[in-house]
Ligand binder design. Structure first.
Ligand SMILES: Cc1cc2nc3c(=O)[nH]c(=O)nc-3n(C[C@H](O)[C@H](O)[C@H](O)COP(=O)(O)OP(=O)(O)OC[C@H]3O[C@@H](n4cnc5c(N)ncnc54)[C@H](O)[C@@H]3O)c2cc1C
Length: 463
């Protein structure tokens, strides 16, 4: 009897899922398996570039890697997996046309990543923007640029300052990078807005811990705090945001101020579908339990507990960190791991299909590097710390090499080179939210979405 073709289903096409599918395409023989990937987006997002998208140093589309363009032998389904019933080898997917579909498979790969962790703080649902998706990065950028246009129309005072007040919650890499990049953008924008000056800007970084950047050691962490303060940033350590309602931030220290833009970057929360809607084993943090070879297992210490035909990697998996001296350590959620785990997962899956031995995941960190705005950065590898311009160059060099596909690398590089001559682009595209407004209102994009012009009172020029 002819051997049936193995059906492999990958849930999530971010770092780990994209690399798994990409490598499977290279490794699988024709007719050996069919690969299907489900993701609500048609692209993988290169998240480390999002802070630079907020600051206009990278074009938004260039951080998205098209799944259909680069995964030619994989079936792509645009949809959100709502549950996985591994006992019956079925996943339920809400496709982007709103239908529910059941997809049968032989082998599942769970790479759905994490979500932004939130807390029940009044006002954040209405006011805060996260930074995991390109839409969020674009919205942050447009909101800041639009705030400059509005603030320039106002006299100095409370409302003008509120519009130009930015609060970033979370002092991990995402929070610090977006803080540094936006501070750099805002300061450079002042050249184009002679009505405004440095005193109108107010930037706040808030973290509940008494230090930032847990991935670097104490001294470089302190250097980053001092550096951001020297540039005018207010850094609130050991502090929580207790309310963000009605455009006002209240801190646990009792301080309170009017706020224009709130960015929430308080770490990762588990993917709710993975944590709650599968019959795969998850740990207390809602991460899929896996062995070091990335096979799902209810008890990674014994072979018997391995769940057949199920694999997981990236931010949604609790992967044993064999490079760590700490017993029981798990790999930290970052792209360095997700990419390598995706590649190994593909190699192991193919080896397993062919009855060969699988390998454990082991990766020693290459160090950490962060941008703090144009021309500024921080890099640490063990005891080697590099600060300032060289670290920033290393950040750009590393990431342009790491972004998948030559096509994307070249596009990103071309924008950086053009910015050397012409500076960054400072045009907001906030009006794309209301594409019909100008069309319906005789060319006025700021009229109501239905085209109706609101009744306005006239402000007379004092001169
Ligand atoms: C702003 C920012 C900067 C960062 N900078 C760095 C850095 O400099 N260096 C570094 O190493 N790491 C960095 N990281 C972390 C890194 O990007 C993540 O660790 C990495 O993306 C994790 O890969 P993943 O494949 O597990 O998840 P993701 O890349 O998040 O991919 C998950 C995918 O699953 C899809 N998905 C989610 N739920 C479902 C579902 N139910 N059904 C179907 N699909 C689903 C999503 O649409 C997404 O495409 C950064 C992260 C952010 C947010």
């Amino acid at each position: 009897m002819a051997k049936s073709i193995e059906k492999i289903l990958i849930v999530g096409g971010g770092y780990a899922g994209f690399y798994t599918a990409w490598k499977l395409e290279k490794k699988l023989r024709r007719g050996e398996a069919e690969v299907t990937l489900v993701d609500p987006h048609g692209y993988m997002t290169y998240q480390p570039f999002l802070p630079e998208v907020t600051a206009g140093s990278i074009e938004a589309r260039h951080v998205m890697v098209s799944l259909r363009r680069h995964l030619r032998r994989t079936t792509i389904i645009a949809g959100h997996t709502t549950s996985i019933d591994h006992a019956h080898r079925t996943a339920t997917v809400r496709t982007n046309d709103g239908a529910l579909r059941e997809i049968g498979y032989d082998t599942i790969v769970v790479t759905a990543g994490a979500v932004t962790r939130t807390f029940p703080v009044p006002g954040i649902e209405q006011e805060a923007i996260g930074l995991k998706h390109v839409e969020e990065a674009v919205a942050i950028r447009d909101q800041l640029l639009t705030a400059f246009d509005r603030a320039a129309l106002l006299p100095p005072g409370v409302e003008r300052r509120r519009l130009l007040t930015v609060t970033v919650v979370g002092g991990g890499f995402t929070g610090v990078e977006v803080f540094g990049e936006l501070l750099s953008l805002a300061t450079s924008l002042l050249r184009s807005y002679p009505e405004l000056d440095l005193d109108d800007l107010s930037f706040h970084l808030v973290d509940a811990n008494d230090r930032i950047l847990p991935e670097v050691t104490d001294e470089p962490g302190r250097w980053v705090v001092d550096h951001l303060k020297r540039r005018g940033g207010n850094i609130h350590l050991g502090t929580q945001v207790v309310s963000a309602a009605d455009g006002r931030i209240m801190l646990s220290t009792g301080e309170s101020y009017g706020n224009g833009l709130l960015i929430w970057a308080a770490g990762n929360g588990s993917n709710p579908v993975v944590a709650r809607n599968t019959d795969l084993p998850v740990d207390e943090r809602g991460l899929v339990r896996v062995r070091a070879d990335l096979r799902v297992s209810s008890d990674p210490s014994t072979d018997e507990a391995t769940v057949p035909h199920a694999w997981a990697a990236g931010d949604n998996a609790a992967v044993p960190d064999l490079a760590s001296p700490v017993p029981g350590a798990r790999t930290v959620p970052n792209a360095q791991h997700a990419v390598r785990q995706g590649k190994l997962l593909a190699a192991n899956l193919v080896a397993d299909l062919r009855g060969r031995k699988v390998r454990p995941y082991i990766h020693h960190s290459l160090g950490v590097v962060a941008t703090l705005g144009i021309g500024r950065g921080i890099f640490q590898y063990r005891r080697l710390v590099i600060k300032g311009f060289l670290a920033w160059l290393m950040h750009r060099g590393y990431h342009v090499l790491a972004v998948p596909t030559w096509e994307r690398k070249i596009r990103v590089l071309l924008v950086w080179v053009s910015a050397l001559f012409f500076g960054r682009d400072i045009i907001p595209l906030a009006t794309v939210q209301r594409p019909r407004a100008a069309f319906l209102a005789g060319g006025d994009p700021f009229a109501g979405p239905d085209g109706a012009k609101p009744e306005l009172s006239v402000v007379r020029d004092a001169s």
